[in-house]
Design a protein around this ligand. Structure first.
Ligand code: DC
Length: 229
C-alpha cells in the first residue's frame, strides 16, 4: 500500500548499528512508496572526509574547520540513495570498518551534528520519508508520524554485520566485528551530543532471533496501525 497524502509522512527508525534498520527501512520504503533516507551515510561521509585529510576524527578543533571546506549531498536514483562529497559519489567508499569507526567518532562532535541537521530535516519536508539513524525521533524529526526504536542483542547484530561484510569481501572476523560493535554502541550511547536513546513516544521493537521477513512484516503492521491506514 502506498502512502499518499497532502502532507509528507515522516517515519523515524532509530537504534544501534546492525539491528537491521537500513535493510528493513529500505524494503518498507519501497512497499509504502516513501523515500528511504539512511542518515548514517552522512556521518560516514564526514568521517571519510576526515580520514582522507589525515585529520584526528575525535578532535573538534581539527574537524570543525574541515566542515567549511566540504559539501555533502544526498541524491536518490530510482529510490536508491547515493551520497556525494565535494561533487563526487563516495557511497561505496564509506562502507569499510575503518570508516564506521571514524563515523562514530565524528558523530559525537556537536558541529558535525549541526552541519548535517538541516540536510536531514529539509529532505523530510519535501517528501514522505522513512529515515533511519540514531536521533531521528528525538532530534531531527521530533514531529515524525511514527517513531520506532529497533534493537537486537549485540551478538545477533554482530553476526548480521559480519555476514554482510563477508559478502562484500571485507577481511574481518566475527570477534573483531563484535568488539567494534560494542565499542560503537558505547560511543553512540554515552556521547553528550544527541546520544542514542529511544524517544519517549517511540515504539520499541526487538528483532533478536527474527528473520528479515518477520521483522519487515512486524514493522509494516506497526507503521500502518500507527498511521491509521
Ligand atoms: O548507521 P551507521 O552504522 O551507518 O552509522 C554510522 C555512525 O554514524 C554510527 O556510529 C552513529 C552515527 N550516526 C549518528 O550519530 N546519528 C545518526 N542519525 C546516524 C548515524
Amino acid at each position: 500500500m502506498e502512502i499518499r497524502d497532502n502532507k509528507p509522512v515522516a517515519i523515524a527508525i532509530d537504534g544501534p548499528s546492525g539491528a537491521g534498520k537500513s535493510t528493513i527501512a529500505r524494503i518498507l520504503a519501497s512497499e509504502l512508496g516513501c523515500l528511504y533516507v539512511d542518515t548514517g551515510a552522512l556521518y560516514r561521509t564526514v568521517g571519510y572526509a576526515a580520514l582522507c585529510r589525515g585529520i584526528d576524527v575525535k578532535s573538534v578543533t581539527e574537524v570543525e574547520p574541515m566542515l567549511r571546506e566540504i559539501t555533502v549531498e544526498l541524491r536518490h536514483q530510482n529510490g536508491v540513495q547515493r551520497v556525494w562529497l565535494n561533487g563526487e559519489d563516495v557511497s561505496d567508499r564509506i562502507r569499510t570498518p575503518e570508516v564506521s569507526m571514524a563515523a562514530s567518532a565524528v558523530s559525537a562532535l556537536p558541529p558535525v551534528r549541526q552541519f548535517l541537521f538541516h540536510l536531514q530535516q529539509d529532505t523530510a519536508r519535501r517528501q514522505s520519508v522513512i529515515m533511519d539513524g540514531r536521533d531521528i525521533g528525538t532530534v531531527v524529526l521530533p514531529f515524525a508520524d511514527v517513531k520506532i526504536f529497533l534493537t537486537a542483542s549485540a551478538e545477533d547484530r554482530a553476526q548480521r554485520r559480519y555476514l554482510e561484510l563477508q559478502e562484500k569481501g571485507v577481511d574481518t572476523s566475527y570477534d573483531e566485528v563484535l568488539r567494534d560493535m560494542k565499542e560503537r554502541d558505547h560511543n553512540d550511547a554515552t556521547r553528550a551530543a544527541a546520544p542514542l536513546k529511544a524517544a519517549d513516544d517511540a515504539i520499541l521493537v526487538d528483532t533478536s532471533g527474527n528473520t528479515l521477513e518477520q521483522s519487515v512484516a512486524l514493522l509494516k503492521e506497526i507503521i500502518l496501525n500507527a498511521l491509521g491506514v
